[in-house]
Design a protein around this ligand. Structure first.
Ligand code: HEC
Ligand code: HEC
Length: 350
């Protein structure tokens, strides 16, 4: 009955992304794209380490989310949270919860890259077209690079049970929603310093009303409470686009985590950024050459001011093929997010 099964994670150390988990690794011959090596790490230096992560509970009921599963009453200490810049998930509605072990605060000494205590748990529920499809679960049981248990629980049609589905499930419960496999969880959740993505200073800040950041501080769950809220710099389209890139791309294109060395492009906002021009996003995209280029060998440019169509960042966002960004987790282009990024690039002075 239990569908729990440990999977083998392949951690690629010192390897080129050309060889690793990104589906957009090698340019297909007919794509019109080519690999134009600007500073590609030596693919021969690849080491593959096989690690079997810890087994996961067989059912959602065993994870500790609910005190009363049938009534869906949350267990003591479980904190509901929303993020400022949610990941686009093809229009799914999502709910999120966090549980931090009592007396063991989150290490926030580096406000840009939090580290969570062993025992931390988080859940994210997905509803697609009104159907309750899956609840994802993360639990920290050791230190990175592996350390986290991750799996999705797929709900029964009657909503009475949710069972671990390590291999994922396409078009779950008659919806177009694909439940990710454990390997796919790992592709995204190993991009940060530690396994959680939305539980960070910028994502939990708010401009109005009490923020989750403030309530975590109040509960003594942050080792260094910041005593303030954080905002993404800039105004209007600029700010919206930077926030969108932070939430949707910055957990892989970050200084910390698995993909940090693969590509120089950074799509994450730092808490100390005070102007758009000082963000790593501006510094690593505007007029910056990319690894890939056209078939004549001319590298693409990440962001060409005033010209979204010529900007590789925008171009990768409107693709859902081999070149799609993000490379996993979405089958439908985000109409709002791509419009924000387009407006930002169009507004940049040529
Ligand atoms: C496309 C990348 C991607 C994939 C694949 C993915 N996640 Fe996430 N996940 C995110 C992002 C980004 C957030 C934070 C933003 C949000 O929730 O909208 C997040 C948030 C979460 C959260 C809330 C805690 C946190 O980190 O903020 C949980 C729990 C979670 N994911 C579990 C999983 C599990 C389990 C899987 C695999 C079954 C999975 N995720 C697959 C990107 C991904
Ligand atoms: C799951 C991790 C992940 C996420 C999320 C992700 N990327 Fe990437 N991205 C990669 C990897 C790995 C590469 C290198 C392989 C390649 O070029 O396809 C890459 C490459 C790129 C490149 C080319 C960089 C170069 O120097 O050639 C661009 C541009 C890019 N991503 C933009 C984005 C944007 C925009 C988003 C958000 C909408 C995003 N990425 C989200 C993993 C990710």
């Amino acid at each position: 009955m239990s569908s729990v099964r440990a999977f083998v994670a392949f951690l690629l150390i010192g390897c080129s992304a050309k060889e690793s988990a990104s589906p957009a690794a090698h340019a297909p011959a007919d794509s019109g794209y080519a690999d134009v090596a600007r500073n590609v790490p030596d693919a021969d230096a690849e080491t593959i380490v096989e690690i079997t992560p810890p087994a996961v509970p067989g059912t959602l009921a065993e994870t500790g989310l609910y005190a009363d599963f049938a009534a869906r009453t949350l267990a003591t200490g479980v904190i509901p949270f929303d993020v400022r810049y949610p990941l686009w998930s093809d229009g799914s509605e999502k709910s999120r919860w966090l549980w931090v072990p009592p007396g063991k605060p989150i290490d926030t000494a580096d406000m840009d890259h939090w580290a969570y205590p062993i025992g931390t748990k988080a859940w994210k529920e997905f509803r697609r077209d009104g159907v309750l499809v899956e609840t994802r679960y993360l639990e920290k049981s050791g230190e990175p690079p592996i350390g986290w248990k991750f799996v999705a629980y797929v709900w029964s049609a009657d909503g009475k049970s949710a069972v671990a589905t390590p291999g994922g499930l396409a078009n779950a419960l008659g919806t177009p929603h694909d439940v990710p496999s454990q390997e796919q969880c790992e592709q995204c959740h190993s991009g940060t310093r530690d396994g959680l993505i939305g539980v960070n200073a910028i994502q939990l800040s708010s401009e109005s009303g009490k923020s989750v950041l403030a309530s975590l501080s109040e509960k003594g769950l942050l080792s260094k409470p910041p005593g303030k809220e954080f905002t993404v710099p800039g105004a209007g389209a600029v700010r919206d686009a930077l926030g969108y890139l932070h939430g949707n791309c910055g957990y892989c294109h970050s200084d910390a985590g698995r993909w940090a060395k693969e590509r120089e492009i950074r799509l994450r906002v730092r808490v100390g950024d005070t102007t758009p021009e000082s963000t790593a996003i501006y510094l690593t995209t505007i007029n910056v050459k990319m690894h890939h280029g056209d078939t004549k060998g001319n590298p693409y440019i990440a962001v060409v001011p005033g010209d979204p169509a010529a900007s590789h960042v925008y171009d990768r966002m409107i693709k859902r093929d081999f070149w799609a960004m993000p490379p996993v987790g979405s089958e439908v282009v985000d109409p709002t997010g791509t419009a924000l990024v387009k407006a930002w690039i169009a507004s940049l002075p040529k």
